[in-house]
Design a binder for this molecule. Structure first.
Ligand code: KG4
Ligand code: ZN
Length: 332
């Protein structure tokens, strides 16, 4: 039995988790800071770091207690060290290093997106390789080909905003608060499509994305129609339809061209009900399977970090204690 403590402080969630053998989650503690960032309409790195410092010790303790595990019983500590907000990442990395040093536990630095990709493996037993992973979050929108032995090839990324960032900005224009994804998703259920918003780069012929023009189109629509604005549910549904349409069409085209028969969705936007529904429907017509994790494993969590580290343990040595946080860095 291999027990790994995972830690993630890459953005605004303080998260710690204990996972056995890369599959069984014994604890998955996530302390959200949303209320502290809400009034700014986005994450403030300085506030995120301060809150992580206040919370990290309690979150780790909570995870260990819930899992009924003591520090000396751990086989490894896995911590997100890249990419992310440096001040935020540093809190998790420093905490992980301190525990690793005091208790002589091997330390594994993990790429946050590799964690998101792994989230589906915590929820499903059999995901075939190769598969295509659509990672859609507040900071990332990437199409990644995942080959056997966890070999990754990034086929395309956003050239400007991430899909989640567009959700958050549109929610701000509509006065819906932060984060925007869950509330737009909920409102769109009762809305009908009233505007055909643009789908930038939908037919660009490559696997790159762009959401900045769509975000601006919603803003301009709201400004120019402010005297006779359609129901907010209808604007939410129209925007959501455009995002889902772009993501589904590009992902499916990539799957067909790469002859891949399985698609995984991950990241906060993978919790979106319309994206899931549209992707499953369109993939079924082409005999492609679609996997997505439950919402709690879509958004940031440390179970995915502990999970992926189980495979690193078998193939690479533990890191030295001078390992640092990095705002960017290659996947893997
Ligand atoms: O993965 P995540 O927790 O953090 C990052 O690594 O960025 O993703 C957060 C993003 C936010 O932009 C949030 O608005 C979006 O995920 N999100 C959603 C939904 N739930 C969260 N977007 C659309 N529909 C949702 N149901
Ligand atoms: Zn994330």
């Amino acid at each position: 039995m291999t027990l790994i403590l995972g830690i993630d402080t890459s953005c605004d969630d303080t998260a710690a988790s204990v996972v056995e053998n890369g599959t069984t989650i014994h604890a998955n503690v996530i302390s959200s800071q949303t209320q502290f960032h809400e009034k700014y309409g986005g994450i403030v790195p300085e506030i995120a770091a301060r809150k992580h410092i206040e919370l990290i010790e309690y979150v780790i303790e909570d995870a260990l207690q819930t899992a009924d595990v003591t520090l000396p019983e751990l086989d490894a500590i896995a911590v997100t060290n890249r990419p992310g907000l440096i001040p935020a990442l540093l809190v998790g990395v420093a905490s992980a290093k301190a525990i690793a040093y005091c208790h002589q536990i091997p330390l594994y630095p993990i790429h946050h997106i590799e964690g998101h990709i792994y989230a589906n493996f915590l929820a499903h037993d059999e995901i075939p390789f190769p598969h295509l992973c659509l990672t859609v979050s507040g900071g990332h929108t990437s199409l990644i080909r995942v080959d056997p032995d966890w070999q990754y090839k990034v086929l395309g990324e956003t050239i400007d905003d991430a899909a989640g960032e567009a959700y958050d900005k549109v929610a701000q224009y509509l006065g819906l608060g932060f984060p925007g994804g869950p509330v737009i998703d909920r409102l769109a259920h009762n809305g009908r499509i009233c505007v055909e918003f643009p789908r930038p780069m939908k037919n660009s012929g490559d696997y790159r994305f762009s959401f900045s023009g769509l975000k601006t189109a919603v803003r301009n629509f709201v400004l120019t129609h402010k005297d006779a604005l359609p129901a907010i549910e209808d604007i939410a549904a129209s925007f959501q339809e455009a995002v889902a349409d772009i993501l589904v069409q590009k992902t499916l085209r990539a799957a067909v061209e790469q002859r891949i028969h399985a698609i995984t969705l991950t990241g906060g936007v993978a919790a979106n009900s319309r994206l899931r529904e549209m992707m499953v429907g369109a993939a079924r017509e082409r005999n492609i399977s679609v996997y997505y994790p439950p919402p709690v494993l879509c958004t940031d969590n440390a179970a995915m970090i502990a999970g992926v580290a189980f495979h690193h343990l078998k193939t690479r040595p533990a890191a030295a204690l001078d390992v640092n946080a990095s705002a960017s860095g290659a996947l893997g």
